[in-house]
Write a protein that binds this ligand. Structure first.
Ligand code: NAG
Ligand code: NAG
Ligand code: NAG
Length: 524
């Protein structure tokens, strides 16, 4: 080896080492789709030489990367089951306040779980160059504060409103209502929806800051972690990665520190299907319907009449059905194959799949649209409701209310989507738009992650509105000034005109004496 080659090698290895940052990922929500969205990111950051530690409820399977350490907080799954999390948030939305109180309690308990976890406690003495934390439950903010480093908020859907506020993005309640509100038409809210959206927008942020943070602050103060007020940690966010796309979400004007990673970061390489599934799909000449309500809607959330409706409907239709459910369906007909788990992405890639019946989770919609498959949505909670409503509005599927579903409703919806080509054509059109991306989401996410590491934050990308008092932002002083000025000008104008009229009148009177004449005539 020649000398300069040797120098080059040393230099490049030195550069590589110095580029290897210590990164901590914290995704505490016990939901498979919240987790798998970021699996490729952890893998890629580790492959690029960063030392990555991830706190997750669903660790990557078979990861052998030496610099990817995973802290399994699977106990959060048990916690969610214990408090019947998905059951309660899919409850009647008119009991909104009860759900809000429940979410507050979950947020506090989740913080306690994180604090009491032994593996997480061992991280206390370490330092990190960057934290990537999920921008939903504020439960993680105390942990982030402890490490005093830049942090990026990430979300497998839209982020919580408070993080858009924290980063300075407009959160117009009519143009960009919160995804948790069960709105009918996202693009044109009704009057009551507009009122609800404004009240929710103002109320939520106020409730979090005033009603949740003091208690959460208290929990973290006692935890032995270095304490920074949570509101400061929240507002110290450097970037926000959101899984949004114009097909699925209302467009939102954002600052350059908000990066959209919405084109299917979780998509996996296609893998061969298991033989029996491959055979089942290949032999279905009339087409296959794929039915899955995702990983959070478990069979125990389904009523008996719901199960009867689907088994009854599937027995009546001439198509084969692949049905994912964590329960046996006793009266499923011959044409239905039930499994606890299905390789969903590979199934949806098969040409014989003609329809996907889904709960409307964003990842499922992405996987369907990318393959041009129309949908029937049966939403349960959270963003599923608006996702499905938007899908129906765009015209590539139908919606069924899970509370009123019957065999006949499902059969006629299936017939409509299967027989009317407009749904498939629209789905294909949406697929073309969806696949047309500038650079893959993973590459974007990696670039901006390393950008924040390189610049130790991204202060220069922050909105100038942050820290500005509301009266200044809404220009109350300027508007007040202009209003008073206009008023003064009008008043001056009014008095001028009045004086002018009086002058004219006086001149007229002195000239022709018309008034005295007239009075003479009257008297006569
Ligand atoms: C992980 O490894 C096990 C055993 O080697 C294997 O059965 C499983 O399919 C692997 N999982 C993945 C996701 O590769
Ligand atoms: C990553 O960081 C941890 C904690 O400092 C350390 O124990 C581990 O050896 C590092 N791993 C690599 C591959 O550098
Ligand atoms: C706030 O973020 C900056 C980087 O943008 C970081 O250096 C600092 O430590 C953070 N402060 C706290 C209190 O976490």
């Amino acid at each position: 080896m020649r000398f300069y080659e040797y120098i080059l090698l040393c230099l490049s290895s030195w550069i590589c080492n110095s580029n290897g940052a210590k990164i901590l990922g914290i995704i505490p929500t016990a939901s498979y789709s919240h987790q798998i969205t970021f699996h490729p990111l952890w893998r890629e950051l580790a492959a690029r030489g960063h030392n990555v530690t991830v706190i997750t409820t669903d660790p990557l399977a078979n990861s052998t990367a030496p610099n990817l350490r995973q802290i399994d907080i699977g106990e959060v799954h048990e916690f969610f089951q214990r408090v019947r999390f998905y059951e309660i948030i899919s409850g009647d939305p008119t009991y909104f306040w009860n759900i809000a109180l429940f979410l507050r309690q979950v947020t506090l308990d989740l913080a306690r779980i994180l604090i009491n976890n032994e593996e997480i406690a061992k991280l206390k003495g370490e330092s990190f160059d960057l934290i990537i934390g999920e921008a939903h439950f504020p439960s993680i903010l105390g942990l982030i504060g402890h490490f005093r480093c830049p942090w990026i908020g990430v979300s497998s859907m839209e982020s919580g409103i408070q993080y858009n506020v924290a980063i300075g993005n407009p959160t117009h309640p009519i143009l960009n209502p919160d995804y948790n509100l069960p709105l009918e038409n996202l693009e044109d809210l009704s009057f009551t929806e507009r009122v609800a959206s404004l009240v929710y927008r103002v109320g939520l942020v106020y409730t979090i800051n005033v009603y949740l943070f003091p208690t959460l602050d208290g929990i973290y103060k006692e935890s032995g972690l270095r304490h920074v007020p949570l509101i400061q940690v929240q507002n110290n966010i450097s970037m926000l990665f959101v899984t949004t796309h114009p097909i699925f979400h209302n467009l939102r004007p954002v600052f350059p520190n908000t990066i959209s990673i919405g084109t299917g970061m979780h998509f996996q390489q296609s893998k061969p299907l298991p033989n029996d599934l491959q055979k089942f799909l290949d032999e279905a000449e009339r087409g296959v319907i794929y039915f899955s309500l995702g990983s959070n809607v478990k069979a125990n959330l389904l009523t008996e009449s719901f199960k009867k409706a689907i088994t009854g409907a599937f027995a009546e239709i001439p198509y084969k059905v692949l049905l994912k459910m964590d329960d046996v369906l006793v009266d499923a007909s011959e044409n239905v194959l039930v499994r606890k788990w299905m390789p969903q992405q590979d199934i949806l890639r098969h040409k014989n799949v003609k329809l996907f019946i889904t709960q409307g989770g964003l990842q499922s919609l992405q996987e369907s649209v990318v393959n041009g498959i129309p949908l029937i949505g049966i939403p349960f909670f959270g963003d599923q409701i608006t996702n499905v409503n938007k899908m129906v509005k765009k015209g590539y599927g139908l919606k069924i209310n899970r509370r009123t579903i019957t065999k006949d409703i499902l059969v006629s919806a299936i017939k409509e989507v299967m027989d009317n080509p407009k749904y498939r054509e629209t789905a294909e059109l949406m697929g073309e738009i969806f696949r047309d991306e500038e650079i893959p989401s993973l590459q974007r996410a990696v670039y901006w992650t390393e950008y924040v590491i390189r610049h130790k934050g991204a202060k220069h990308l922050r909105s100038p509105s942050l820290g500005m008092p509301a009266w200044k932002f809404y220009m109350l002083d300027v508007l007040g000034f202009l209003f008073v000025t206009c008023l003064l000008v009008l008043m001056v104008f009014y008095y001028c005109v009045k004086m002018f009229c009086r002058l004219v009148r006086r001149l007229c009177c002195n000239g022709g004496r018309p008034r005295s004449n007239r009075s003479k005539i009257k008297r006569n």
